[in-house]
Structures are given as structure tokens and as C-alpha cells.
Design a protein around this ligand. Sequence first.
Ligand code: PEP
Length: 252
Amino acid sequence: MRKKIIIANWKMNHDFHETSFFLRNFLKIIFEKKINHNKEIIIAPSFPFLHISNQISQGTTLKIAAQNIHQMEKGSYTGEVSASMLKSIGITKVILGHSERRELYFENNDILFEKIKIALKYGLNIIFCVGETAIERDQNQQFNIVKNQLKETVFHCSRDEIRFFYIAYEPVWAIGTGKNATYEQAQTMHEFIRSLFLEKYGERVSDKIPILYGGSINNLNARDLFLQKDIDGGLVGNYSLKIDNFLEIIQS
Ligand code: PEP
């Protein structure tokens, strides 16, 4: 049975003080109240606070992820952060392919595959996001879109490399809108994604690959979403920013 996974994507929120306050108190509550969540928990703060976040979470089961990397190894790329820099401060996970990066920073499948290659070179686990826009769903194109997003990126990887991946299905129309996919819509897409992994890599891989749902997860919908057969947890934006809210999701 696959373990449930909850990932907090803080985006460009929480400064140094807010980040340290959240992590210290969150871990204290989990430890002191002995909250038995039995889930893998990952938090993705902003770049400047990755190091302190990793230090605070040392010796606990909480893992820290970055929200992006540059596709090049090193060099004249002002303002960018490389996979090796993350590795040098002990970060082992990175989110790639988030729809905000695809849309606002023009990250297409070619660029994302370059990012995947450099992440794998440095042994980083990749939380890879896929998902269709509202227009694409209206045109009933969601399955083609997601298939193509995987085909042009993740599916270039070998069976061995797939163990580094978490897949996050995030319909763009559900991100930050308060309008989550229904349990049925999400389960149908997750089942489809798993079938693509089955077709490409066989049963062992498709049984194991974690497929998370993301898009307006909150305390009211988390439980039912996580109960679906092919939904292995969630990638959570807004609802991960306050400790109480995030704890509710973890206990869902
Ligand atoms: C996200 O940005 O990955 C996300 C799922 O955001 P929200 O939970 O706010 O919809």
C-alpha cells in the first residue's frame, strides 16, 4: 500500500521569521501532541530559507523541498539557483513544472525536461506537476494534455529514474481558485495517469509511483480526495500557510 504524502507549496510567501516560526511550532505540536498522521510531509519554502528550514527539520521526518531550479549546471544566469547549490545545503527535493512557472516564466516541456535531467544528475527527487487549463477541460482535452506533458518530459526517463518522481495532478483551473476538482474528476485523471505509467514502465512502477492531487485542497475536501484509490495525497498551496490549517490537512 502506498503511503500518503502531503506537500506544502508556500510559493512566494513567508519571510525568514514566519518560516522559522511555522516550522518550529509545527514540529513542536506534532511531537508534543504525538499527532499520529502516518504521512510523508514535505514543505517547500522560498530559496533564502531552505538552509534554515533544513536545519530546523534535522532529526525529524519532515522533509524540505525547493520550488524550482535552473536547467543549467552553473554560469552566467543572474538570479538563478542550480541543482548543485541545493544539493550543497542538503536539499533533496524540488518541485518542477508548476503551472505558475509554465505560465509566468514560459517553462515549456523542453525546458522542463532539461530541468529534470539536471535534477536527476544531482540525485534530487522531483515533484512534477501536470494539469490542464479550464479551456482545455471545456474542450475535453484534459487527457491529451496531461499525456503529452508526461510524454515530452518524465517519459524520457528510464525505469530506474522514475523512482525519483512524485507526480502532482494540478488542474490549472483549481489552483488558488477555491474550486477543487470533484473526487470523481480527480480519481479519473489519477487512474489515467497511473495507466500511462503501466503502459510505459509496467506494473511495479505504476503501483509505486505517488500521484498527488493539487488545487484548492482544504479541510472540507481533503479527506474525501485522499480516500480515492489512486490519490496518494496532496500538493497544498493556500491551505498550507497557517499551521492549524495545515495540521487539519495532515490529519484528514
Ligand atoms: C498549488 O499552487 O500548487 C496549489 C495547489 O495551490 P492551492 O492549494 O492554493 O490551490
